[in-house]
Design a protein around this ligand. Structure first.
Ligand SMILES: NC(=O)c1ccc[n+]([C@@H]2O[C@H](COP(=O)([O-])OP(=O)(O)OC[C@H]3O[C@@H](n4cnc5c(N)ncnc54)[C@H](OP(=O)(O)O)[C@@H]3O)[C@@H](O)[C@H]2O)c1
Length: 339
């Protein structure tokens, strides 16, 4: 086993704190020696790195839920891989894991980084970062627990073709809802329809408010909001009485400081007796297993489709967050380190 472990490996570190959306030049790449493992430690060979819009927040000092990655620190990231060397009884060589291993080829761990063990030998490691990881779980808990869909509801989803959004739309369909997706560009609109959205709108064509209004004569019962900004400005006036708005992400807001001003929504919430609630997937950590079981069973029955958008090589990671904010990804964006 020892012979398979290299003497050194590469990692991506934060060179300079970004002001807005992180770009490639904010990161550096360096080679470090593989350390000797201490008692209770193990070494994970990382196969896939996750790229998530939220990573922008992990670098920002403004209004956040994590201590920002320090200058010179390894970029934090969900990742999946396999234990190569171990001095920890609980994590033997060969264990397949998903956790916060960071943007690096190998990670020295003590178990605190691990989020999930991938037990099924035939489950691809990439799925634990997408449909069976942060994205699928965010869709599941955000929709079911915050959005609380009821059969017959009209559900509107922004970033409808994305990793989270595409799962939300399909889960809402499984709940018997009428589902409308909002996505950027004709290819994404087509994919939304392929996976079962009743309607999909390309917001880049303009006039979103009136097109959406025509599709929602009885209003919007659930809005799963991944963007905030102008898309939400168009959706919120259309809420139905008793609507639920699950605030999942703010992908359309390019600057957090100052936060852009927009229409004030209090009147819509008041008149429609609507509830708007933010949530973080990690709040549901104690219930992840429930979510994984549901997602797996829908995938198995062909009711939940997903797609992955994979780039090869660690050097692709630094520019990959900005790609998401240009909408360049078609599905879950991953970096593959092991072919
Ligand atoms: N609350 C949580 O715990 C949690 C967890 C995971 C993710 N999220 C949030 O969920 C959302 C989706 O994440 P994801 O990982 O599934 O990524 P994703 O949707 O696969 O990729 C991001 C997408 O955002 C859209 N976008 C980028 N800039 C935009 C703009 N200016 N206006 C409108 N849309 C824009 C693009 O889609 P188009 O091409 O369609 O514009 C892009 O493909 C993000 O807001 C993320 O922060 C929240």
């Amino acid at each position: 086993v020892t012979s398979a472990v290299p003497l050194q490996y590469r990692q991506i570190f934060l060179r300079q704190r970004p002001d807005g959306i992180p770009q490639a030049e904010h990161f550096g790449i360096r080679t470090v020696p593989t350390p000797e493992l201490g008692e209770g430690q193990f070494l994970v060979r990382v196969h896939y790195l996750s790229v998530d819009p939220a990573m922008r927040g992990w670098l920002s000092a403004a209004g956040n839920y994590f201590t920002p990655v320090p200058i010179g620190g390894v970029m934090s990231s969900f990742a999946s891989g396999e234990v190569m060397l171990s001095r920890h009884e609980g994590y033997p060589v060969g264990a397949r894991l998903m956790g916060m291993f960071g943007w690096q080829e190998y990670a020295v761990c003590d178990g605190s980084e691990v989020k999930r063990r991938i037990q099924d030998a035939d489950e691809p490691l990439s799925l634990s970062l997408g449909i069976l990881g942060l994205n699928g779980l965010t869709a599941y808990f955000g929709l079911m627990d915050v959005g609380r869909p009821i059969a017959g509801d009209t559900v509107v989803v922004s970033t409808a073709a994305g990793a989270v959004g595409s799962a939300v739309g399909q889960i809402a369909r499984i709940q018997g809802c009428r589902v409308i997706g909002i996505a950027g560009g004709p290819e994404k609109v087509r994919w939304c329809k392929d996976i079962g959205y009743d309607f999909a709108i390309d917001y880049k064509q303009g006039d979103l408010g009136s097109r959406l209004s025509a599709l929602c004569p009885d209003g919007v019962n659930v809005y799963f909001d991944n963007t905030s900004g102008e898309i939400s400005d168009a959706v919120l006036p259309l809420l139905a009485v008793g609507a639920r708005v699950a605030v999942c992400g703010t992908a359309s807001v390019s600057s957090w400081s100052p936060w852009p001003m927009g229409p004030r929504v209090a009147r819509h919430l008041l008149v429609k007796r609507a509830r708007m609630q933010g949530f973080l997937c990690m709040d549901y950590e104690a219930r992840y297993n429930e979510g994984i079981i549901a997602l797996k069973s829908w995938i198995k029955r062909g009711r939940l489709k997903h797609r992955e958008d994979i780039l090869d090589g660690l050097e692709r990671a630094p520019g990959s967050i900005a790609d998401l904010y240009r909408g360049d990804n078609a599905g879950k964006r991953l970096i593959r380190l092991v072919a």
